[in-house]
Design a protein around this ligand. Structure first.
Ligand code: MBD
Ligand code: FE
Length: 299
């Protein structure tokens, strides 16, 4: 069965491009690529032309998720599967594919209306070495694990789980976490490669389509460097440094210029081959500034 292979790219809708340049490059280490289009800039994390497009259209939210498949045959197979499942989609034109720097893509919406693209053939700029926006000890963990993971809004968690299974992700509930109001939170985490999870949802209602983006460093010192800069520049920290039980990554959560969260991380383990669940995190992740949708006691 054809599956998506990675969370390959993201489109983000932002209001303040300059603030985002400083944040993504100067703090997090991404490379800004500005091709003079005026309404967008690109963020590079590796040899790809880009992993993230920042569209300056004021939305301050997720614009689209890009899931990769191996090639044109796989794209056709997924199109047929969507058709059989009665899920509407559009085959993008050559001009639209070129805008995304890919060879071909389908455009659709997930069950909560999150704009979703399935693509193949990204432009890889092998001739242009990755040049981080600030000195880096190591690199970003990407390759066949994709760019990172996102937590997004899904109003119907079961419908979302079915949708992501249909396009090839695996996974289910991974935490049963006691919430302050006495309820039990049961977030779903899903993966499509070795990255522990590429997408998660089901932590209750959210204002924005996206709660956070996790990007991972190969080197612990880059996480520390980002943490120092976030503290120096006094960006809100929603969850302090801590270690998750599921991916065992050391991470913290800080506000980005669009008012949702960035989760810099290091040391994630790969997705296990069988389902597990946890009732708390390992250490840390204490709540600090409230109001970013993760005011939950993780331990
Ligand atoms: C994660 O990456 C995460 O964001 C949460 C809330 C719990 C476990 C792993
Ligand atoms: Fe996360």
């Amino acid at each position: 069965m054809t599956k998506v292979t990675e969370l390959g790219y993201l489109g983000l809708s932002v209001s303040n491009l300059d603030a985002w340049r400083d944040y993504a490059a100067g703090i997090m280490g991404m490379q800004v690529v500005d091709e003079g289009e005026g309404d967008r800039i690109y963020l590079r994390m590796d040899r790809w032309h880009h992993r993230i497009v920042l569209h300056a259209d004021g939305g301050d939210d997720l614009a689209y998720l890009g899931w990769r498949v191996a090639g044109p045959v796989e794209l056709d197979e997924l199109a047929e599967r969507l058709e059989n499942a009665g899920i509407p989609f559009k085959v993008a034109s050559d001009v639209e594919a070129a805008e995304r720097r890919v060879l071909g893509l389908l455009q659709l919406e997930d069950p909560s209306g999150n704009p979703t693209e399935i693509f193949y053939g990204p432009q890889i700029d092998t001739a242009s070495p990755f040049h981080p926006g600030r000195p880096m000890f190591g690199k970003f963990v990407t390759g066949d694990q994709g760019l990172g993971h996102v937590i997004i809004r899904e109003d119907d968690v079961e419908a979302a789980t079915r949708f992501y299974r249909l396009i090839g992700l695996e996974g289910a509930v991974e935490y049963k976490i006691a919430l302050p109001d006495g309820a039990v939170g049961t977030p779903v985490f899903m993966h499509c490669n070795n990255r522990h999870h590429s997408i998660a949802f089901g932590l209750g209602p959210m204002e924005k389509r996206i709660n956070h983006l996790m990007v991972e460093y190969t080197d612990l010192d880059d996480l520390g460097y980002a943490h120092d800069l976030v503290r120096q520049r006094k960006f809100d920290v929603s969850l302090q440094l801590g270690k998750h039980s599921n991916d065992e990554a050391l991470t913290f959560y800080c506000a980005n210029p669009s008012g949702w969260l960035w989760e810099p991380g290091w040391g994630s383990r790969h997705a296990p081959s069988q389902q597990e669940h946890y009732v708390r995190d390992i250490f840390g992740h204490d709540n600090e500034v409230e109001g970013y949708g993760l005011d939950i006691p993780l331990k």
